[in-house]
Each structure stands twice: as structure tokens, then as C-alpha cells.
Write a new protein. Structure first.
Ligand SMILES: [Zn+2]
Lengths: 257, 271
């Protein structure tokens, strides 16, 4: 948008194994929807990671982005696995590859990929990510025990920079407020946070710098959360932070290389 | 870069983007009130809800109270709350099929609850009773005799309020007007089937605005002239839901139909 820069913190591209997707099979489809709605940039993950696995999804995401994103509006998300099986390079090399390929954040699918998200498996990587302030995206639907898994992870890695994503459409304050209160490195994306006046309430309580615009594309569209942020009732300066500046700052401060 | 949906000159989207409101009324046909067992609502009482809705020009919210649907709060008390904000609130009389004495009392006093009460609200998935069960008959017969609307919670695949059972109910009671809450969420083929078979049915959109391509599909399959706007207020933010309608890839006429025209055709402007 001309007046406010929007940087989408959570969307997906790629072809889902079971079909039934509502778009986003290519980066071009995503970029067209971003243009139609006036979204400038996006942090994008692979939408079929659970089914096809991290090794395929991490490589395919790069191909999809590189095929269509000539203007460099998309930043990718890579999926992590336990260190012991050597499926991903050691932390320093992983971060260098991320920097070289415009990958800005990490995510994980421990239930689908059958591993335990804890210090024993990813401790070395997550400690390094915390130190370098590389964001990790955590979402209740993919964690063992849903919110319990998100809580366990944050207790295990309290210094991590974490974006809690896909909060669920049933108002999630009972689950997100304790996290925002206890973990200063915890941020939430708003694609499924539809609580009336809730964005302003969260910003006043925990700071506008903790909240991130996201679309949730292709399950959700880009426009609805744009309007609820635009008219959250917060001062324009805070609206701009939530719309895009917070995410831009989070990605810029990460020391990948 | 082409102009975005929010920058189309003279459009509803442009007005809402710039001013947070437009020169149209909004009729929110699906609301609730009161706290909830599973969700923290900071703004679930009438004054806070009304303040939120006034920001973007909601002309009417028709609601059923959580405590009447899930607890034993009587509809007469909901009427007292409604009467405190008569310029914006209207109510549905909540029907709990497990409480036949409550239903009998509400039907007997319906003329005192109207005109602030405009019809009934059924919540079959939660009450675990099929809409075609005899326990709903008294309310259905009453609505049918008086041609009242009934907002029914519907959901794709549900044995209590899915497309098959709602098709049966709407066919059996052609004089009643059914508002299919959530438009059979997920079962878009079922929604189309009900739309084709039952002229006395409208499709209400709560939880769908913002879901990519869903409103587009309902407009194409059913037609925007049969869609009604709703938010489950205080569940969902009015700006989020209005934003989902305005940013959908549908015509300007479709947006006008959804937000107010269909309701005004059905119920008039003065109710
Ligand atoms: Zn409802």
C-alpha cells in the first residue's frame, strides 16, 4: 500500500499432496494476490512440508521463489530436523546457506516428521539461532500437544526469537497472553487473531512491537487482517509497526552470515 | 504495480480503508453476547460491543446470548439488554431443545419479545439434536405460521445441521425463512444443493470472510443476492469480517448485496 508498508509474516506456496489448495501453487500466484491487495513483501514457507518432508520442501521452496520473484519481495522459511541424523548441515553452514538464498527464518513440524522438539535434538542449532536472533516460527497445530508443545518449546529455549503462528480462530488470549508476558523474544502473527478490538488491546498490554501482520495465504486471504490492523484504533505509527516494520526489523537484525 | 483493491476510486473498499466506514448501513445478522467457556472475550457485553460496531456503521446486530444458548439465562432477560440499545440491537430467541418448558414460555411471550426479537436461533451441533427432531417442532411451527426467520448454526458434514438435514427441514417448513449460519462451512457443494432446492433459505457468512476464495465461490454458486453478513460478534472483529468481504474478488454489487441490500429487501429498512 502507498500509505502503509505490509510485510506478510506467514503464508505458503507449493503444491499440497492432497490437493484442495486455494492457490499459491507457484510464487507468481502468491505475488499476484499480494499485488491485488497491496501487500509489499512476504515471509513464505512451503505449504507441503508436513507431507513431503523438510529435505524436499526446503529445496522446492527455493526453486519456486527463484522462478518468479525477480524483484526479491519474498523471503523464505526453512524447516529444521534433529541434528543427529545429519539431514541438515551444522548450524554455521546452515545459516550461511540461508543468507546466500534469502531464507530468513526457521520452522519445525515435529509431529509430522516424528521427532522430539527439545534440547536433545536441536539444542545446538536453537542456541545458535537464539544468539544470532534468527526467528523460529512455532504453530500450535503442528506441535505435540498443540499449545502444550509451544509452551514446552519456549520453556526449553526461553532466549529464542519466536513467532507464534496459526493461533486458531477461537480467540486465543488465554494461550498467547502468558507467552507474551513471560518470553520477551516471543511475537505473534495475526492472521487468525480476529478478536474485536483485540489487536489494540494486545498492543497496549504488551507493546505494538510484539505483533505482526500475516495473511495465512492460501487458506486465508490478504485483505481482511490488513483492514483490522489499519483500523485497530492504534496510532498510525504503531499500525505501521504491526503492518510491516516489526517483521522487517526482526529479519534485518538476524545475523545469518 | 496496479492499484490494489483498497485504492479503486469510489469503491466501498476505498472508503473503508480511508475512513473506516462508508455511506452504507451494515446489518450483522449473527451475533452473540456474554462470556464463553472456552474463549476470553474482553468486550462481550452490550456497551463494548455497541461501541465497536458504531465505529464502522453497523446499523443492526441481531444476536443470541451465550448464556441462553449454553446456560439457563432466559430470553426475557436478553430482551431487557436489547432494549437498552434499541437503535442497534435486535435479538433472536434462543431455542434449547433440551428445555421444552423454556420453549413453551418463550412462544407464549413472543409478542412481548417482538419487535426487538425478530426470530429464533438454533444451535443443533452444540445441543446435539437434529433440526428435524420433534423437539424443534414447536419453534419451527411457530416460525412457519408467522413467517419468522430462524438462524441455524450449520456446518459441513454435520448430522445435526449439515446440508442433508437442513434441506429436509427447509423443505418441510417452506413458510419459515432459514438463515444458514456459516453457510455449511466446508461443504460448498451441499450449500449449493440446498440453495437450488429451497427458495426460503439465505446463507450467512460468519467465519468465512477472510477465508481465501470462499466468498467468491458462494457468489458464483449461489449468488450474492442470497448471502447475509454476520460476525459471531463478540467472536470476530467487524473490521476483519468486513475486510474479508471487501477484499474478496467479487463485484461491487456483490459487496453491497452482502453487507445490507439483501437484508433490506427481506426485512425492510424499518425494523
Ligand atoms: Zn454463532
Amino acid at each position: 500500500m502507498n500509505d502503509i508498508m505490509f510485510f506478510d509474516a506467514q503464508c505458503q506456496i507449493g503444491v499440497p499432496m492432497l490437493g484442495g489448495d486455494r492457490g499459491g501453487r507457484s510464487a507468481a500466484e502468491l505475488l499476484a494476490e499480494m499485488d491485488r491487495n497491496g501487500v509489499d513483501k512476504a515471509l513464505v514457507a512451503h505449504g507441503n512440508t508436513e507431507a513431503a518432508g523438510a529435505v524436499f520442501a526446503n529445496a522446492d521452496l527455493l526453486e519456486l521463489i527463484q522462478a518468479d520473484d525477480a524483484a526479491g519481495r519474498l523471503t523464505g522459511v526453512w524447516t529444521i530436523l534433529p541434528a543427529q541424523c545429519g539431514e541438515l548441515p551444522p548450524p554455521a553452514e546452515l545459516f550461511a546457506r540461508m543468507a546466500a538464498n534469502r531464507i530468513g527464518a526457521l520452522n519445525l513440524f515435529p509431529v509430522a516428521h516424528r521427532w522430539q522438539a527439545c534440547r536433545l535434538t536441536v539444542g545446538r542449532l536453537l542456541d545458535a539461532a537464539a544468539e544470532r536472533r534468527v526467528p523460529v516460527i512455532l504453530s500450535p497445530p503442528v506441535m505435540d500437544g498443540a499449545w502444550r508443545g509451544v509452551y514446552d518449546f519456549l520453556r526449553e529455549f526461553p532466549a529464542a526469537t519466536v513467532i507464534v503462528a496459526k493461533l486458531g480462530l477461537w480467540g486465543s488470549d488465554r494461550n498467547i497472553r502468558p507467552l507474551l508476558e513471560n518470553f520477551p523474544g516471543c511475537y505473534v502473527e495475526l492472521s487468525e487473531y480476529w478478536v474485536p478490538e483485540g489487536i489494540a488491546d494486545l498492543a497496549r498490554r504488551y507493546g505494538a512491537d510484539r505483533l505482526l501482520y500475516a495473511s495465512g495465504y492460501p487458506r486465508f486471504g490478504h485483505g481482511s487482517t490488513m483492514l483490522s490492523i489499519r483500523h485497530s484504533g492504534l496510532p498510525l505509527e504503531q499500525v505501521r509497526q504491526i503492518a510491516g516494520q516489526n517483521l522487517e526489523r526482526l529479519l534485518a537484525r538476524a545475523q545469518l552470515a | 504495480m496496479n492499484r490494489s483493491v483498497w485504492e479503486q476510486p469510489g469503491s466501498l473498499a476505498e472508503a473503508f480503508w480511508k475512513n473506516g466506514a462508508a455511506d452504507i448501513p451494515i446489518y450483522d445478522m449473527h451475533g452473540h453476547m456474554g462470556s464463553h467457556n472456552a474463549i476470553f472475550f474482553a468486550r462481550c457485553e452490550a456497551p463494548e460491543m455497541v461501541a465497536h460496531m458504531r465505529r464502522l456503521g453497523v446499523r443492526r446486530l441481531v444476536f443470541s446470548h451465550h448464556y441462553s444458548l449454553m446456560g439457563s439465562f432466559r430470553n426475557a432477560r436478553v430482551h431487557e439488554i436489547t432494549a437498552r440499545f434499541p437503535d442497534i440491537l435486535r435479538m433472536y430467541v434462543s431455542i434449547n431443545p433440551h428445555q421444552p418448558d423454556f420453549i413453551a414460555e418463550d412462544l407464549a411471550q413472543y409478542d412481548r419479545l417482538a419487535p426487538l426479537a425478530i426470530g429464533f436461533k438454533f444451535l443443533p451441533d452444540y445441543h446435539k439434536v437434529k433440526v428435524t427432531d420433534p423437539r424443534y417442532e414447536a419453534a419451527l411451527n411457530f416460525a412457519s405460521a408467522r413467517r419468522l426467520p430462524i438462524l441455524v448454526h450449520t456446518w459441513g458434514g454435520s448430522a445435526f445441521n449439515g446440508a442433508d438435514v437442513m434441506l429436509e427441514a427447509a423443505t418441510r417448513y417452506p413458510q419459515a425463512t432459514f438463515f444458514m449460519g456459516h453457510s455449511f462451512s466446508g461443504d460448498w457443494d451441499g450449500a449449493k444443493r440446498v440453495a437450488e432446492a429451497c427458495p426460503n433459505v439465505y446463507f450467512e457468512l460468519t467465519s468465512l470472510p477472510g477465508q481465501h476464495t470462499v466468498i467468491e465461490r458462494l457468489c458464483a454458486d449461489i449468488g450474492s443476492h442470497r448471502l447475509l453478513f454476520g460476525t459471531d460478534m463478540p467472536w470476530f472483529d467487524e473490521y476483519q469480517h468486513v475486510g474479508g468481504v471487501l477484499s474478496a474478488d467479487i463485484s461491487e454489487d456483490d459487496k453491497h448485496n452482502i453487507l445490507y441490500r439483501n437484508v433490506e429487501k427481506l426485512l425492510g429498512k424499518d425494523w
